[in-house]
Design a protein around this ligand. Structure first.
Ligand code: C2E
Ligand code: CA
Ligand code: CA
Length: 859
């Protein structure tokens, strides 16, 4: 309240009358007792004149006011002549308060004596209430503006920032004062060019309001995906005054939208896993072009496998395949190992990358941030990584974190989905007991095999395999033992097959094996191998078991053109096999069956012949052309079967090769030939050397050189007394032992001879590598030498090759005098053939030799 110079107040009666009409007026004694009040006052305060007359002023005030220090002073000050004016609160008769703009004026009489205090007041309660309301509204508005997370920006007609709310400061990191007057575009979307800014404003002013989704940048380079709503405000004349723009952070929603929509859609469309993951990477790289994304899978053995990394070098991803996770295996291997995110800011210096510097240098990336992808149990089943080309922008970390969160979740969904798809596949197509394909998968694979055989004109064998007396195992040892037996059978079967072969279980103890690119002979071989393998003893439930299987074979296309028919016929053949006893097999076609059974019988007979030493060696002399003297003899195997009679080596040698007996046969022949040679010598017969034919398989045995040395020693022979004949087939042999064995045998001084020379290899360079000392001109050249000039030219050339390499060249298969003459003319030093002698039994050879010595002696 400001004191007034009351003495200056001189009111005319007319003025007073006017005042009385509009103002509330009351007169008080100097000590505050009300003397008079006008109607306005009484109306305002809600009293009658009688009620107020004589009341003290304090009764119009609130108790709180009366107790205040201000009020204690109030009347003394008025009495001292100080006036008072201001806005005061007074209490009406009904207890409600009212607000008055009041003036208290001391009134003095002519003697200067204070006679009364005049109060003139107007009621300002309604006005105040309105003002209060307005203020509250403003307060609320600014609360809204500042408390909201929406960033608000108002720019002026010059497109300069005029106002920003607190939310703007929180979102972008700018203080309002820092950016007042700056261009919003330059500030928030610095990459936008002039052209698109101009287009933006043009569109905005034309539309009158605009909503957009933009990536906007904050003070520290942090980025947001924002919904931007702009509203220009024009004055009555249509001139731009302000533009109010609201920014809402929709980063999370946007990422989810951008990623999830597309990714979930891809998953729903059953797109393959790698495509889905590649899509995630590409979306991420579109949102954040400063990085490259990579997704790896961690398998059950803890090895990494690249699933998607469209922007990393392919070679890099390939090299990651199979890398084992561990405590210091780059960013990804380590993050999978620790099952937590791993951030490596400089892959060229971080110890986690120490072992992977070669990889790192191929990369062309600076830093790598990897996060585990977890399954629903929380285990790391993969990693999701960001590779940064530039040093990482720390302000964007939140943005990247949100990306990672959105992606890791999606990746986990995709990976888990794939796993369950595989589980379903496994359940649907594989036999749960043995893990072999079930009937439907087998059927599908067989269809494929047959279609491919049809295209390539090949045969397919379908084997129906049924265990013998499986029911007995089940009944006596129980079903768990039966199951175990089936598992072991399946395991053995799988171990025997090629990758392209198909094995499956139909039901119970019935298995099927499908062999693509397989003729009848090979099918019989495969059946025997499988039967042999299954017959090996096994232990189940502490019981030793010897099992066997009966097998039926049907051939595509001879026995049927579709899987159904073939399976049925193989089944029939299996029943036929069962009827001949346990462990047998049968072909569906009677002709094939006959051949296969004969072959099997012959094979068994050969095995027996070898065991019982029923094979014999015959010896064919090799003669020196110039002198007619014996150069050596070639040992040739002979087999006379008790029932089948004489069986040609052209038949039983290949059979021995196929059924794995040829190495035994070779050992036997070596021993027998050496024994025979020393026996002849003991009888005084001059046989200079013996040649033994060996198959490539014989050279697989690293023990062969020692065995030869022992044999020679025990018969008192020199290494040079023995020649080993090998064929060019040896060159096709991939066994790593072969060359080693050959070299060792040669080093001992045993001679090597290249048999059937001229028929096989076109390149002769191997002659430099193989330590042979003899070539045997193939007998086909000899047969044609009289009639065919080309054969003559070739035999001549081969002799030339032999000579220039200092090898002895033997011509074999000489049957006529004229052949012998031709070869002698060409200069062949050694000859072998019926003309001189057929292969002879040892005694016959001895006689041949004795007669010859006599003849030569006579000559
Ligand atoms: P090979 O090593 O080329 O043996 C020479 C073959 O020519 C022998 O046939 C022999 O009887 C035959 N022969 C000899 N002189 C003449 C002739 O003037 N005219 C004709 N047309 N043929 C002649 P054989 O004994 O039937 O042996 C056939 C093949 O069986 C041998 O061919 C050899 O590759 C293999 N073989 C024989 N014995 C053994 C053996 O103990 N081990 C191995 N691994 N293979 C053997
Ligand atoms: Ca030979
Ligand atoms: Ca030969």
């Amino acid at each position: 309240m400001t004191p007034q110079d009351n003495r200056s107040i001189e009111l005319s009666l007319a003025q007073l009358a006017a005042l009385d009409r509009v103002m509330a007026i009351a007169e008080f004694t100097p000590d505050g007792t009300l003397l008079r009040a006008n109607d306005n006052f009484l109306m305002l305060m809600g009293y009658t004149l009688e009620q107020v007359t004589g009341r003290h002023h304090r009764t119009f005030c609130s108790a709180k006011q009366v107790q205040s220090a201000d009020y204690a002073d109030f009347w003394p000050r008025l009495r001292d002549g100080g006036g008072s004016s201001g806005i005061v609160e007074r209490i009406r008769s009904d207890g409600r308060s009212c607000w008055l703009e009041a003036t208290y004026t001391p009134v003095f009489d002519g003697q200067g004596e204070l006679t009364q205090i005049l109060k003139i007041a107007t009621d300002i309660t309604p006005r105040l209430a309105l003002e209060r309301m307005q203020q509250e509204r403003l307060r609320m508005l600014s609360l809204v503006a500042d408390a909201s997370d929406t960033a608000v920006m108002i720019s002026d007609s010059q497109r300069r920032i005029a106002y920003t709310n607190a939310g703007f400061g929180r979102m972008f990191g700018w203080q309002a004062e820092e950016i007042k007057g700056r261009s919003p575009m330059a500030l928030l979307v610095p990459e936008k060019d002039e052209q698109s800014i101009a287009e933006y404003y043009a569109e905005l002013y034309a539309a009158g309001s605009m909503q957009r989704e933009e990536i906007v940048v904050g003070k520290h380079g942090q980025r947001y995906w924002a919904k931007v709503v702009s509203n220009p405000v024009f004055d009555a004349g249509g001139h731009l005054q302000h533009t109010v723009t609201l920014f809402t952070d929709i980063t999370q929603a946007k990422m989810h939208e951008a990623l999830q929509h597309r990714v979930l859609e891809a998953m729903a469309r059953e797109q393959p896993l790698t495509e889905v993951l590649e899509l995630i990477c590409l979306e991420v790289e579109r949102i954040a072009p400063e990085l490259a994304a990579s997704i790896l899978r961690v398998d059950d053995e803890g090895q990494l496998h690249s699933l998607a990394a469209p922007s990393l070098p392919g070679e890099y991803s390939r090299q990651l395949n199979g890398v084992r996770i561990g405590p210091t295996v780059g960013s990804c291997g380590t993050s999978a190992w620790r099952n937590e995110a791993v951030l490596v800011d400089d892959i060229h210096s971080d110890p986690l990358w120490a072992d992977y510097q070669d990889l790192a240098s191929q990369l062309g990336f600076r830093s790598c941030w990897s996060t585990p992808i977890r399954n629903s149990q929380g285990a790391a089943i993969g990693t999701f990584a960001f590779y940064f080309r530039e040093p990482r922008n720390v302000a964007s970390a939140l943005f990247h974190q949100r990306l990672v969160d959105a992606c890791a979740h999606l990746c986990s969904l995709a990976l888990e989905r794939e796993n369950s798809r595989q589980r379903i596949r496994q359940l649907a197509y594989y036999d749960a007991l043995t893990g072999l394909p079930n009937r439907s998968l087998l059927q599908a694979k067989a269809d494929q095999a047959i279609a491919s055989a049809d295209r390539n004109n090949e045969q397919v064998a379908v084997l129906f395999i049924d265990l013998d007396r499986f029911k007995q195992v089940n009944d006596s040892l129980g079903h768990p033992a039966g199951d175990e037996l089936l598992r072991q059978v399946a395991k053995r079967m799988r171990s025997e097959l090629r990758a392209s072969d198909i094995a499956g279980r139909l039901s119970g103890d019935e298995f099927v094996v499908i062999l693509p690119q397989c003729d009848g002979d090979h099918a019989a071989d495969a059946v025997e191998r499988i039967q042999l393998l299954l017959s090996e003893p096994l232990t189940i439930a502490q019981t030793h078991l010897a099992i066997s299987a009966s097998v039926g074979v049907a051939m595509y296309p001879a026995d049927g053109c579709d899987v159904e028919t073939l399976l049925h016929r193989a089944d029939m053949a299996m029943y036929q096999a069962k009827s001949s006893g346990r462990g047998c097999f049968s072909f569906f076609s009677s002709e094939l069956n006959k051949l296969a059974q004969e072959r099997l019988a012959l094979e068994n007979a050969l095995r027996e012949a070898l065991q019982k030493d029923q094979l014999r060696l015959h010896y064919q002399p090799q003669v020196e052309m110039a002198t007619g003297r014996l150069y050596g003899v070639e040992a040739l195997a002979r087999w006379t079967h008790p029932q089948l009679g004489e069986i040609s080596p052209a038949r039983f040698i290949p059979l021995a090769e196929e059924c794995g007996l040829v190495a035994d046969l070779g050992r036997w022949a070596l021993r027998e030939a050496c024994r025979q040679l020393s026996e002849w010598r003991a009888r005084g017969l001059a046989v200079p050397a013996v040649a033994v034919n060996l198959s490539p398989t014989s050279f697989h045995n690293l023990d062969l050189p020692r065995m030869i040395a022992d044999t020679l020693r025990s018969h008192d022979l020199a290494p040079a007394d023995l020649t080993l004949e090998l064929t060019e087939n040896i060159l096709l042999d991939t066994n790593p032992s072969t060359m080693k064995t050959i070299d060792e045998v040669h080093a001992q001084g045993v001679r090597l001879s290249m048999d059937d020379f001229g028929t096989g290899y076109s390149s002769l360079s191997y002659l430099r590598r193989l330590p042979v000392s003899e070539l045997k001109l193939d007998r086909s050249f000899v047969a044609d030498i009289e009639t065919d000039e080309a054969a003559r030219a070739l035999s001549n050339a081969i002799l030339g090759i032999g000579r220039s390499l200092h090898l002895t060249v033997v011509a074999e298969g000489i049957e006529t005098e004229s052949q012998s003459v031709w070869l002698e003319k060409q200069g062949y030093p050694v000859a072998q053939g019926y003309l001189f002698s057929p292969p002879l039994a040892p005694d016959a050879l001895a006689r041949w030799l004795e007669e010859r010595v006599v003849v030569m002696g006579e000559a």
